[in-house]
Ligand binder design. Structure first.
Ligand code: HEM
Length: 403
């Protein structure tokens, strides 16, 4: 059966559509027409990378089923695991690592951040408004998410710039390792500096007993529950996962408001709808458009046998638009039932930080609607998209607007 599956560059794609590829920044900016075509004509599709087949899965039922079957679809896509990043582990290691921090990420645990997120968001938005607008990524989204993940880890606000620099380094390094590409010069050294800083930080947070997750991880290290390597990589991963994704979510909110001004008024009048807005955004334009897995055994997907040992790229961003699951999936509609969307993943690896992301998103969206009369994109200064980092994240890296 396997041989019947076409390679992406052999397929007759519709006019003007280039073959879907693992890393194609042009397509990633707006992959949804590709996804729709793939779900219809090539729900299992393959390409070649490093001399091996790599598979793309685009339908909702298939993506969800794979996420529910970690014994078949392993998260350990690189072996040995180079960095202790939770997403790369399978059970039982995965359970152990996730359990020791899980209590810090429950809805109740993250609710303590609401007031500070609100204060940050108001401050940054007021600054943007006073300037008549600006880049909402650097000026708003990134500042909120950096401030929040930093206070979660107990990192002092004075170190944000350095943290961002390191974090981008480690994110690229992670992407390179995960893709088995040679790391760029200095990436590994940059990552080591970041780890050393984080280690110093959790030690200080523990001594100060400042109630942060950083302090908690510091105690786990002291008690021998986590090794030094685990503790420092873990913090780095939380830092990267905790701000890149949510930054894109908030930037996409501005994008939606600029294209759909009626929504600003709607949320202004009914602030509680901010939650539905965020949930729909996670479905409609999720930050994480691809999830990598490796088959442990031959796997059956949509009537195709994917051989053991191949990398499979699941496309949650496509699954979330599948008309068989979501009526008019290509329409942004905050009144729809979004339950079951895969924007935060699904199954044992489903996003640990999702309640924090929802909180930051809802507070941000609510405040934008409250304070901003209109969001106007600048035609002569267009939006730009994430090109660096680990490339799993897709969305604006620069979005200047008039407010
Ligand atoms: C995992 C999305 C925000 C921490 C994931 C996964 C997705 C995701 C799709 C599953 C990965 C997989 O199955 O391989 C998002 C989105 C976010 C967001 C769209 C924001 C809009 C956050 C935040 C944090 C965080 C704020 C931390 C503070 C994590 C962690 C994992 C994870 C630790 C790994 C869980 C595991 O492997 O068990 N996220 N995330 N995320 N996320 Fe998020």
């Amino acid at each position: 059966l396997t041989t019947a599956v076409p390679y992406t560059d052999e397929l007759a794609w519709p006019e003007g559509m280039r073959p879907f590829q693992t890393v194609d920044l042009e397509t990633q900016k707006d992959p949804f027409a590709h996804y729709a075509w793939m779900r219809e004509h090539a729900p299992v599709l393959r390409t070649r990378a490093n001399g091996k087949d790599v598979w793309f899965i685009s339908r909702y039922d298939d993506v969800r089923a794979a996420l529910r079957a970690p014994k078949v679809f392993s998260s350990t896509v690189v072996d040995p695991i180079p960095l202790v990043f939770l997403t790369l582990f399978d059970p039982p290691e995965h359970n152990r690592l996730r359990q020791v921090v899980a209590s810090s990420f429950t809805p109740k645990a993250v609710a303590v951040f609401e007031d500070s997120v609100r204060a940050y968001a108001a401050e940054y938005l007021d600054e943007l408004l006073a300037a008549g607008g600006g880049d909402v990524v650097d000026g708003f989204a990134l500042r909120i998410t950096m401030a929040t993940i930093s206070s979660l880890l107990g990192v002092p606000a004075t170190d944000f710039d350095q943290m961002k620099y390191w974090s981008d380094d480690v994110s690229s390094y992670f992407g390179q390792v995960a893709r088995q590409a040679p790391p760029t010069e200095g990436a590994e050294e940059g990552a080591e500096e970041f780890f050393a800083y984080l280690l110093g930080n959790i030690e200080r947070a523990r001594r100060d007993d400042n109630g942060s997750v950083g302090a908690h991880i510091g105690r786990l290290l002291q008690d021998g529950v986590l090794t030094e390597r685990e503790a420092k990589h873990f913090c780095a991963f939380l830092f990267v996962a905790g701000h890149e994704t949510t930054t894109v979510l908030l930037a996409n909110a501005f994008r939606e408001f600029s294209e759909n001004p009626g929504l600003l008024e709607r949320i202004r009048n009914t602030p509680t709808d901010a939650k539905a807005f965020v949930e729909e955004m996670a479905r409609y334009r999720g930050t994480v458009q691809r999830l990598s897995r490796k088959t442990v055994q031959d796997a059956e997907v949509a009537g195709v046998t994917i051989p053991a040992g191949d990398v499979v790229i699941l496309l949650p961003g496509s699954a979330n638009r599948d008309h068989n699951k979501f009526d008019n999936g290509d329409v942004f509609d905050i009144d729809r039932d979004t339950s079951g969307h895969l924007g935060f993943g699904h199954g044992i690896h489903s996003c640990l930080g999702q309640h924090l992301a929802r909180l930051e998103g809802a507070v941000g969206v609510e405040l934008i609607a409250k304070k901003v009369a209109a969001v106007t994109a600048r035609p002569d200064n267009p939006i730009q998209f994430v090109t660096g980092g680990n490339l799993a994240n897709t969305g604006p890296s620069y979005f200047p607007v008039d407010l």
